[in-house]
Design a protein around this ligand. Structure first.
Ligand code: ZN
Length: 443
């Protein structure tokens, strides 16, 4: 059987990796993240222990394409108190209670006036919805509908939002793992959601652990991990890296990867980029239930990287994506819906996709006139009944690689056409390269 491949990304993950990701999420969960502010900085500080990060601070007011870096938002407390001074809604119990980016307020209102500033979801009366007002000058509270119904229209309530909305910075961080090539694989997730699990923390945990896993490996590509606030974060990064975007050979936005749903891949705008084909191959060959979606110009941060001015080969890896699970953007997106085994499986899928990118060579057959004699090179086993299936696939892969290595077809092309898992085809190519029957077109 073939020796170890030339460019493997080791897929051996510790059995505890799912649980380790849950523990990281538990550490990050209480922080009040937003588009900007100290919750983001504290999040990055914790992540730095898993994957060393380089933090960038961009001043408020900086123009970013059609946007502007907003003012920085920080909050220390917020509450609604009844006439007796009892806190009936308390930021200290859940940071979801405050409309994100609320301006500071201290006022006494009637219940009827207060209603104008409340958000709830009547269909799920116990859930606190998550709402933000990044680009509006307003304030509000998000409450369980049951709490809202208890507000008496004529009673008086005192409200306090002890927030600061002032010139500061937008914070993002990246980690670069250098490989043999300066060409990069860019992996991105957002860091702007407060205490939410699947939508946000799962993506952060999987990317941080992917980086930890890849650190120190002998890599073909350089890997850049980007942790930034949604939308304006990737746009800020793009605006500061315009002169080097041609290095981004492959990209993936990773989010919502901790729930029990099946793995899902959304194609890039290009639709047939290598990342699209690698992801689809991995999903089709190892996870038959997985879903592959066509590109649409909405969703997560992939839509910025895939906007026409960049058109980067950027797909999105999720389990159940944004908006397609009922707990989305509510207090019910908690540890109940996230599973250690789903996180571990998502990490594994991600690494399998990266492995395809790492090993996807184009080769040339150095003995193309007729089949070369494989027996004297130790590569021939008769395909017949009784040969283990793995070995049979390997033998067929040898013949496919020899036949299609014309300097044009990649190993992924060959795997797709042959209907053989990529890893088997790449192992066959390694074996053929060792006996000098094929060579890479680019070393
Ligand atoms: Zn979200």
């Amino acid at each position: 059987m073939p020796e170890a491949a030339a460019r493997p990304v080791s897929l051996t993950l510790p059995q505890t990796v799912g649980q380790e990701m849950v523990e990281l999420m538990r550490e990050l969960f209480p922080l009040c993240r937003s588009l900007t502010g100290n919750g983001v900085r504290e999040t990055l500080k914790i992540l730095d222990d898993v994957l060393p990060l380089e933090v960038t601070e961009v001043p408020s007011g900086t123009p970013i394409f059609d946007w502007t870096v907003p003012r920085e938002w920080n909050i220390s407390d917020a509450w609604i108190a009844d006439a007796e001074g009892r806190r009936i809604v308390d930021f200290r119990e859940s940071n979801l209670h405050v409309l994100g980016y609320s301006r500071p307020v201290r006022a006494v209102l009637t219940g009827a006036e207060l209603q104008e500033h409340l958000h709830s979801v009547p269909d799920h009366p116990d859930w606190i919805p998550v709402r933000t007002a990044y680009w509006a000058d307003t304030w509000g509270f998000c409450v369980a509908d049951a709490q809202r119904q208890a507000i008496e229209p004529d009673a008086r309530y005192e409200v306090c939002i002890d927030s600061r909305l002032e010139d500061g910075h937008l914070t993002y961080a990246e980690a670069l793992l250098p490989g043999a090539s300066k060409d990069e694989v860019l992996l991105s997730t957002y860091i702007c959601h407060p205490s939410l699990c699947n939508d946000n923390l799962s993506g952060i945990a999987v990317l941080a652990f992917a980086g930890k896993h890849l650190s120190g490996l002998d890599l073909r590509y350089s890997y850049r991990f980007l942790f930034s606030p949604s939308t304006v974060g990737p746009l800020t990064w793009l605006s500061r890296n315009l002169d080097r975007l041609d290095r981004v050979r492959h990209g993936l936005a990773v989010s919502c990867v901790g729930d029990a749903g099946v793995v899902r891949y959304k194609r890039s705008r290009r639709g047939t980029a290598e990342i699209d084909r690698a992801a689809e191959h991995v999903l089709r060959s190892s996870r038959p239930d997985a879903i592959v979606d066509e590109f649409v110009p909405w969703g997560s941060d992939e839509r910025q990287f895939c906007s026409p001015g960049f058109d980067l080969p950027f797909g999105a890896l999720t389990r159940t994506p944004h908006g397609l699970y009922p707990e989305y953007h509510s207090s019910a997106d908690d540890f109940e819906i996230v599973r250690a085994e789903s996180l571990a499986d998502s990490l594994s899928v991600l690494l399998e996709i990266l492995t395809v990118l790492e090993r996807n060579d184009v080769c040339v057959n150095r003995s193309p006139c007729g089949e070369p004699q494989l027996g004297r090179r130790g590569l021939y086993r008769e395909i017949s009944a009784g040969v283990p299936r793995g070995e049979e696939a390997f033998q067929r892969a040898i013949l496919w690689v020899l036949n299609l290595s014309d300097g044009d077809c990649s190993l992924l092309d060959i795997a797709d056409r042959a209907g053989i898992p990529f890893g088997v085809v790449a192992d066959a190519a390694d074996a053929l390269r060792r006996v000098n029957l094929i060579e890479r077109t680019v070393e």
